[in-house]
Each structure stands twice: as C-alpha cells, then as structure tokens.
Write a protein that binds this ligand. Structure first.
Ligand SMILES: [Zn+2]
Length: 590
C-alpha cells in the first residue's frame, strides 16, 4: 500500500507517524485508544487528499497549518505546564490540529470567488491563531506556558495595562519570534487559498460531505487538547467569577435583612490561615516518620493549641475547595453557589474590619470566585500581582520569596475592636523546592524530601504568625487548614484524574488565646472534645462563624458547626470530591 502513495503523501503521512514515534520515545507509549486516533487521522488525511486537483497544494497547506497549530509543543516541552502533559495529550492535540486544518482547507475550497475565499481563509486562520500567538507571546515574555490565571488577567486587562506589560516584559528577540510565528500563520493562509477541488461531480460532493462530518466528529472527540482545555478552563473560571460578582449586590442586600448577622459577633482579632497542598500524612505531628513539624509538636502540649485529627478537604483543587470553605455553600446543603454568602461578606455585615493577605497570585490558583471573595475585604495586601509576578517584576517561582513575608505584613494592618484576617499562603505548592529557603533544607534524600522540607517551612511560618498574633492586643484565635492535600506518595500532585485519598487528607489546627480560653470556656471545651470528630473543610465557614460568635440559623446549621454540641459526627454523612466520594472509602477513615 505504502509504495503506491505519491511523494507528498509519503512525506506528510511519514512525518505524522514519525512525530508520534518521537513523542513516544520521550514520553512513553500511548494507550491503544489514542493510537486509534492516530490511525483514523492518517486515513482521513489520505482520503481528504483525493478531493483536490493538486495533492501537492493540499499537503503543503496541511503541513503549514499542522506545524502552526502544533508549534505550541515546542513551548510545552521546554517549560513546565501546571499539569505535566502525557503522550496522550500530544496525540489528541495532533489529531485535533489535523481535523481543524482539513476543515479550513475543505470549506474554503468550496468557495469559487477568489476574493471571498481569501477573506474566509484569512479570517478563519486569524481566529484560530489567537490562542497560538498568545501562547507564544506569553512564552517570550514570561518564559512559561500560558496558564488559566494569565488568560484571566488578559481578559480583565485594559490597553494601558497591556502596553505596560509588553513594555516591561517584551524583548527584541521576543518581538522577532512573535513576528516569525505570525509569518508562519500568514504563509499558511496563502497556501490554503491555492487548494482547488477536482472537477465537481456527485461522487466528489458525497465525499466532501463525509469528510466534513468525519472531521467535525474527530475535532469534537479531541476537543480536550492542549489549547482547547486552556480555553475551556478559562471560560469556566470567567463565568464562575462573573456570576459570583454579578450577585454581589444581591447577597449584600440579603445579608442586611438578617438581624442576627448585622452588627453581631464577638470582639477581638480572629485569624484564618489557608495552607496550600499540605497533606497531614507527611506531617510529624500527625505521625509521619520525619520530624518536620517541630513547632506544632511543641505547641501541641499547650492547652491553647487544638489539633484536629480527622480533617479532609471537600475537593482536591484550590478553587473548588476554597469556594466551599469560604462560603456557606457546602457538600451538605442545597444553597446555590452564586447566592452563598462569603465569610468576608458576613464579617463585613457584622461590622468587622476585614483583611486579606495573600502570597498567591490575584488571578492565581486561588482564583475565582475566591478573588471575588477576597476583593470584598476592606484591606487587601497582595504580595504578588495578578498573574503571579512579584511586585518588583520577578516571576512567581523566584526562589527567594517565601511565605514568611506575610508575617511582617501583619504590622501594616489597621485593627478595629472586631477584626477578621485571612492569610493565604503558598505552602507546599509545586515546585516544592522553591517554597523554602535553604536553611530549611533539612532533608536531602529519600522520596519526597523537598515536599517534606516545604512542610517544615510552613510549620515555621505558622509559628511566626502565631508569635505575631500573640502581640496583637485582643487577639482571640487562629484557625489553620490546608485547601487540599497532595498525592505525594504516588507522585501525582493533586491531579483529579489520578485521585488518591492522600490528596484530601489535610491538617487542621486551632490556637486560642488565654483570654478566649478564660472567657469562652464552654466553646473551648466543646472544641477540645471534638478533636477526633470527622470534618471536611467546606465546613470552615461554620467554624469561623462559631469562633466569631455570629450565630445565625439563616446562614448555617449547627449540625455542621464543630464548635457546637449538636455537631453531627456520623461518618456515613461525610463526602469529598464535591460529593462524589465517600469518606468511609478512605482506608485512613477507619
Ligand atoms: Zn491548592
């Protein structure tokens, strides 16, 4: 069969197979179902060639477009992506690129009018090139792969900000590179315009229709490709953010109608610290073999410290977990998320001074609707900018910028007689080795030693935050929890497609001041008694309400408040993964 192919068919199909082999040699063999994508693509590409007067023109145009759409591989192979890409991701992307290219070539060749054809070709290539050009532009300016948070920042930007960004991060080489990418796109457009169909006849029309359907089906099946996923995730983020923002006024008006919220709550300073990707399985104080939580270990003995032993996260990504943790929406109620009150909104309504201090990107991993929640705080201190660059222009992963920066920020806060402070740490976010200064590189061998060092460092930071809090007059209590865990033993990050329960086993600790222990003895005793109760972090909102003494049956139920005697500790009722997995299925639950 292969010897009967003409020169151009051999070259293109051969190059396609070669690219798959090359990627497989780097990333491992693809699963069978993705090999089928490759075979189907080859058949469709070959059959499609039969539509055209000159196969040479068709294969030239197809080669140009395939190289253009797959040029993002160069970026993803050079720099880290948020989730490491597998051979399947590349194969799916190649199949998608081929289908998209064929559709553009076939549909434009149906137009006989030369002018109209060139307009259609230019327009379709311009539109499909937008993400490719942005990915390259971002690579040239930030030397990393485009992320959802960067897309969010692009969507929210204005021309002035965009220009500032370009002038700050643009370079001569970058501009040349970008011109080259655009040049390739333009050349492709010229090549596509030259593709003419054979003499028309009903057989040909039938084949045209079949190929259009096949390519649409293939494009749909491979829509979760490298670029498609990015666009879809950005769309989901943007719409969640938009909906939550849109309902803001509505929620504030509703809160104002609740007499047991308005100007309620106990006096004093309350602190909520949100950790990142910390699993209790790797914490000395929770029984891990390495002594990487010495501060917690020594404080555990004090009466003021309460360690909860059975906490899980409600989801295993930051946005999902914190969206529930920071609002009264949980796995155990039917509230609509858009209408769910946030911790900050309730505290504002209750008359608290509200403060948000974050070492995460503003449109970062902790984004939407979390950014919307944070933006309600009366004082906001963002140590990083929207995309995650540091304030002085360096990038997110500069290794000398650590969580201890939040400690000194506590001195810049304006305190009232009622204050709520939320601190969002970078914690053990990958890459782990960038999360701690070298003095904290205590472990240097064995599996996951860098992760364990990052935990050692978070333990230190928490200790420093507590020291600082104890200096604040009228400090009442601090609650620390992690947004989710990390599948560190299986080396799978917290990627949902590789779920392990370790991704959901989190630490939760509470430190209460002497004044709190003295004045609120009953609350303190309940907490002490409940340390072995089951808990998922979508109920953090309820704990904070309990701590601040905002007692409102309209917004939460005491059966979900671990500070209440009515807390429902029946293990059967608890879930994780947004209600998709039962806690009892985790062997650690026994
Ligand atoms: Zn996270």
């Amino acid at each position: 069969m292969f010897y009967r192919l003409n020169k151009y068919e051999k070259m293109f199909l051969g190059a396609y197979v070669l690219s798959v082999l090359l990627l497989s040699s780097m990333l491992g063999l693809p699963p069978l179902r993705h090999l089928i994508f490759v075979i189907l693509s080859l058949i469709i590409i070959y059959t499609c060639g039969r539509l055209f007067e000159f196969k040479k023109e068709y294969y030239k145009a197809l080669t140009g477009l395939a190289i253009f759409y797959c040029s993002v591989f160069f970026v993803t192979l050079r720099v880290d992506t948020v989730v490491p890409l597998s051979i399947s991701d590349y194969i799916v992307h190649e199949s998608f690129a081929a289908s998209l290219a064929m559709l553009i070539i076939i549909l434009s060749s149906l137009i006989n009018n030369k002018v109209l054809r060139s307009i259609v070709v230019m327009a379709s290539i311009c539109v499909t090139a937008i993400p490719i050009v942005i990915i390259w532009g971002y690579f040239f300016s930030a030397n990393s792969f485009l992320t959802v948070e960067a897309c969010m920042a692009i969507l929210q930007t204005n021309p002035l900000e965009a220009w500032q960004y370009v002038s700050d991060y643009g370079s001569f080489e970058g501009s040349l590179g970008l011109m080259l990418v655009c040049g390739v796109g333009y050349t492709c457009a010229r090549l596509v315009q030259l593709c003419d169909l054979k003499e028309t006849g009903w057989k040909l029309w039938r084949l045209v229709c079949v190929l259009i359907v096949l390519n649409v089906a293939m494009g749909y099946r491979t829509r979760e490709n490298i670029v498609g996923t990015l666009i879809y995730d950005t769309y989901v983020y943007a719409s969640q953010y938009g909906n939550y923002q849109k309902n803001r006024q509505h929620r504030i008006e509703n809160l104002a109608l609740l007499p047991n919220v308005t100007n309620q709550g106990a006096k004093g300073v309350y602190v909520l610290v949100i950790g990142e990707s910390e699993t209790r399985d790797h914490m000395g104080s929770y029984g891990y073999y390495r002594d990487n939580t010495p501060v917690l270990e020594s404080m555990k003995k004090e009466d003021n410290m309460i360690v909860f032993n059975k906490a899980w996260s409600c989801a295993n990504d930051t946005v999902s977990a914190l969206t529930y943790a920071l609002t009264n929406k949980s796995q155990y109620n039917e509230f609509e998320l858009e209408k769910a009150f946030s911790l900050v909104e309730v505290a504002n309504a209750a008359g608290y001074q509200t403060v948000w201090i974050s070492n995460q990107a503003q449109y970062g991993l902790a984004d939407t609707p979390i950014t919307a929640i944070a933006s309600e705080a009366k004082q906001q201190i963002w140590l990083r900018d929207k995309v995650g660059h540091l304030k002085d222009g360096r990038y997110l992963d500069i290794p000398d910028y650590y969580d201890d920066k939040v400690v000194s920020e506590l001195e810049n806060v304006k305190y009232d007689d009622k204050t709520l402070i939320v601190i969002h740490l970078m914690g053990s976010h990958n890459s782990y080795n960038l999360r701690y200064p070298k003095e904290f590189a205590r472990f240097s061998d064995g599996d996951s030693y860098e992760y364990d060092n990052s935990i050692l460092y978070t333990d230190y930071v928490l200790g420093e935050i507590l020291k600082k809090c104890n200096e604040i007059p009228d400090f009442q209590g601090l609650l620390y929890f992690s947004d989710h865990g990390e599948g560190i033993d299986a080396h799978v990050g917290h990627d949902n497609s590789k779920f392990t329960f370790q991704m959901t086993r989190i630490p939760m600790v509470m430190y209460l001041s002497n004044e709190f222990v003295k004045n609120r003895g009953e609350d303190y005793r309940i907490l002490k008694n409940n340390t072995n109760n089951y808990f998922t972090n979508d109920l953090i909102f309820e704990v904070m309400m309990g701590l601040m003494k905002i007692d409102s049956p309209d917004i939460y139920n005491n059966t979900n408040n671990i500070m209440s005697n009515s807390y429902d500790n029946n293990v059967e009722r608890f879930y994780t993964s947004y209600g998709k997995r039962r806690l009892v299925d985790d062997p650690a639950c026994k």
